[in-house]
Design a protein around this ligand. Structure first.
Ligand code: GAL
Length: 834
């Protein structure tokens, strides 16, 4: 039934499309074109709308620079269809920039010491009205054959305060920068003609206290359905496991947007990962009055299912067909991970009945070069980096995540603590909470909800206790299969901590967890935040004036990654911990201020380059043998002085050798690290790890020569020519013997040829004020930071070889060739460029 493709379904492929597939597709189009003019039989379409937008900055305080929008005698509020200024169809936008989504214009802006500290000193916000409003316009066609269908436009996230018009009609407003909004635009459309969607985004007011970007930074979709259809996010599947068998409860919300009552059947088909049917269920003879919706329950039994687990994140698909008058009129697909989750007050977290310690990090949603406009492939890259460390969980601090991040977690086997943004009990709070949970509740990766974080005004008083309770009670009606938490930073016994189901401890130094556990024996616990060893990648001497901090021994004895992990590891009643943070993020350069612009809390820097502490956690969270030596061994001028060498490893015994001479063997404490004071001599430092008397792992670092060569490598060499895929390219500055020069900061310039474009550069330096984006004929460039930089290359829809060349004065250049290959691209909405 997947094959019921309507004529207007835009199934695009590139030129070299496999012939067999083409023949197959033509076959389908021919067979189904007989239905094509009949909207009653067209199936749902979910069309990506990311391509071909026009963009311009407006103005937050000067209406003349905001295209006069909203200043006409009759405005969009006064009269339907009276959007004026840039909101009209006739407005000339030919001088505006052309761009594809996702887009974050804040990342394009310069830095200033007078800009917002928490938002990374980017010149945006209430002080900068000229750069805080952005306008987006996109033209698209709707065929006559769509008359009769329901058509909606879906924004997965716009930061922030977005107003949307279609053909000059005001269709809605969403203040939150983290909510997904869907607007019904059926009645405003021009059928068989051109349409225009216009979005005004106002990022003047901050929503969080960390970099948030600005613009349409997540996907936009156009949804077309029959008037009788499954509601958007309208399925909800929960699992019960009985021995080796599963029973799925499927809730389907059906909307009948016809005026008349409709009779229909709901047919559920469960497909395995190879698209083979493994179960099905029909609910027949349903009658639903016109302009009503209703939710229907079905149970599906499955013998010996393959469970979704961290080791094998197996996904089934549930196809929900609505059949009326003998024809499928709507088909909705939901990914299904069959698994159970449970938090136990004394024993911690259980996945499929198995005790799993949650080994997590908090993440915000920005990355080097691109800001919050993270392409899907980059989401996957980031999740993989965390998994590489042995981490099995992320907390989406402090807001609903991008859906594609959750998809990546579903696919890769990563647990998610999914967090709500606003805490409160009024209509707006509940509406946001409901939309967030209904959108995310089918993700198997989501194992717990958080209704809030560190609400200082309420977290330690009775109001916090009440608000938490009321929110949880509301939220439980939306999902009773998962538990709820609140991340609390103080007054654990008196506020939210009294009523939350799972106590979220923000930092062990803020109270006595053992005492709390004793006083609240019914309550499970989790470390929602714990201190990481703050520091800059590759920096070993504090340089606070220049915005950088040594990466070692930053925190007092009892606060830091090692003490934090030892604390959580020793307490089985605690289900796990989320370190603050997985990656560095822009803003909150605490405890530093300008010129530092980015946080240094990350275990990994803003580009995804691991800091030393990554290897501490990898030693105790991961499964492979680890050996890591810090610092580097380039200390010209320090000859004869003692240098503290730290070794992270999970070997039982470690031996350190300098220039072939043993500096002694030391036993490794579980969850610990080792230290040597080494009298510095240039040369080679080797660490050998032994377990059960055998050498199992070793690591060597060397004093290098000067920078001599650039080396380029990509996370993937074969890319999809879909205009969305990205390669994340590491730029290394090596010496003549190909060893990374750990202090190199040479500026590198980049040239790209072939069907791709550079979309951002970075280097992980938390105090860099260099541009991350270049426009027009500007030369892309970036300094290396401690030997490394990163460049992100996006494909176009053309296949071919993408060649990236990196050069730097006095060094041998490097060239990298990537293949952008034929692929079936997602269905997109036709683009009209004027
Ligand atoms: C926590 C807060 C985080 C971040 C962190 C910085 O209190 O929840 O969002 O601000 O402090 O130390």
């Amino acid at each position: 039934m997947v094959l019921l493709l309507p004529k207007d379904f835009v199934f695009q492929s590139n030129k070299k499309m496999d012939l067999k597939l083409k023949v197959l597709l033509i076959g389908f189009f021919v067979s189904f074109s007989i239905f094509a003019q009949n909207p009653e039989t067209k199936l749902r379409e979910h069309l990506l709308m990311d391509f071909g937008w026009r963009f311009s900055l407006g103005h937050a305080t000067d209406y003349t620079k905001d295209f006069g929008t909203g200043t006409a005698y009759f405005t969009h509020f006064a009269k339907a269809g009276y959007g004026n200024g840039a909101a009209t169809s006739a407005f000339k936008d030919s001088t505006w920039y052309e761009l594809d989504l996702p887009h974050d214009w804040a990342v394009e802006l310069p830095f200033s010491s007078s800009a917002s500290h928490s938002h990374g000193y980017k010149t945006i916000g209430w002080k900068y009205p000229e750069t805080s409003v952005g306008w987006y316009r996109k033209r698209f066609n709707i065929p006559v054959s769509d008359i009769g269908r329901k058509i909606s436009i879906q924004f997965d996230g716009v930061h922030r305060n977005s107003t949307v018009w279609v053909n000059g009609f005001y269709v809605g407003h969403e203040p939150s920068g983290y909510a997904s909004s869907v607007y019904d635009i059926t009645d405003y459309l021009n059928y068989g003609a051109e349409n225009i969607v216009v979005v005004r985004v106002d990022a003047s007011v901050e929503e969080g206290w960390y970099y948030e970007g600005a613009g349409i930074y997540r996907h936009v979709w156009l949804n077309k359905t029959n008037r009788l259809h499954v509601a958007q996010y309208g399925t909800f599947i929960t699992t019960e496991l009985n021995d080796e068998n599963a029973e799925l409860t499927v809730r389907t919300k059906v909307e009948n947007q016809y005026a008349q009552s409709k009779n229909f059947t709901i047919e559920q088909t469960l497909l395995d990962a190879n698209n083979q049917q493994v179960a099905s269920k029909k609910l027949e003879n349903i009658s639903l009055n016109g302009n009503l919706d209703n939710t229907y329950f079905q149970k599906i039994k499955l013998e010996k299912p393959t469970l979704w687990s961290l080791e094998n994140p197996y996904l089934y698909k549930l196809k929900t067909d609505i059949i009326a008058d003998g024809k499928v009129v709507d088909s909705y697909t939901t990914n299904v991970g069959i698994r159970t989750v449970r938090f136990d007050p004394n024993l911690g977290f259980f996945l499929n009945g198995k005790n799993v310690k949650i080994l997590g990090t908090n993440i915000h949603q920005d990355h080097a070069g691109v800001g919050t406009a993270i392409p899907d492939a980059l989401q996957e890259f980031r999740v993989k980096k965390l998994k590489e460390m042995g981490s099995n969980a992320i907390r989406t601090s402090h807001n609903p995540a991008t859906p594609e991040l959750l998809d990546a977690c579903d696919r890769l086997g990563m647990l998610v603590l999914d967090e709500n943004r606003l805490m409160g009990i009024n209509k707006e709070h509940f509406d946001l909470l409901e939309r967030f949970m209904v959108r995310d509740r089918n993700h198997p990766s989501v194992v717990i909800w958080s209704v809030g974080n560190e609400e200082w005004a309420i977290e330690s008083n009775e109001k916090g206790a009440r608000i938490t309770k009321t929110m949880q009670e509301f939220a439980q009606k939306l999902d009773s299969s998962r538990a709820f938490t609140v991340a609390v930073s103080g007054g654990w016994e008196n506020g939210s901590g009294k009523t939350t189901q799972v106590m979220g401890y923000n930092y062990i130094v803020q109270g006595n967890i053992d005492e709390h556990h004793k006083n609240f024996p019914w309550q499970s616990g989790i470390g929602t935040e714990e201190s990481n060893t703050i520091g800059t990648r590759g920096v070993y001497v504090d340089d606070k004036e220049n915005g950088r901090m040594a990466a070692s021994n930053r925190m007092p004895e009892n606060v830091g990654t090692e003490s934090g992990w030892k604390f959580y590891a020793a307490r089985p009643f605690l289900s796990g911990v989320f370190f603050w943070t997985g990656f560095d993020y822009r803003g909150e350069a605490n405890p530093l201020v300008w010129p530092a612009v980015n946080s240094q809390f990350g275990i990994i820097d803003l580009c995804g380059f691991p800091k030393d502490i990554f290897y501490y956690l990898k030693s105790w969270w991961g499964k492979e043998p680890v050996m890591h030596i810090m610092p580097h061994w380039n200390w010209k001028g320090s000859e004869g002085k003692n240098i503290k060498v730290i070794v992270y490893s999970n070997a039982e015994v470690v031996e350190l050798l300098l220039n072939g001479k043993s500096l002694g063997k030391k036993p490794m404490e579980t969850n610990g690290h080792l230290e040597w004071d080494v009298n510095y001599k240039p040369g080679t430092l080797v660490a050998k790890g032994f377990s059960k008397g055998k050498l199992i792992v070793s690591e060597k670092i060397q004093t290098t020569d000067e920078s001599a060569k650039i080396e380029l490598s990509a996370d993937r060499m074969e890319l999809n020519a879909d205009g969305e895929d990205v390669a994340i390219i590491t730029v290394r500055v090596n010496d003549k013997k190909n060893r990374l020069v750990p202090t190199a900061n040479n500026e590198v310039t980049f040239t790209l040829n072939g069907p791709g474009k550079i979309i951002g550069v970075g280097n992980g330096d938390p105090a860099s004020h260099e541009p991350e984006q270049f426009f027009g004929s500007e030369q892309w460039r970036r300094k290396a930071f401690n030997g490394l930089a990163q460049i992100i290359v996006k494909t176009t829809k053309q296949t071919g070889e993408i060649t990236l060349t990196a050069s730097s004065e006095g060094m041998t250049s490097a060239t990298l060739k990537l293949n952008s290959e034929d692929t079936i691209v997602r269905s997109t909405i036709e683009n009209i460029t004027k």
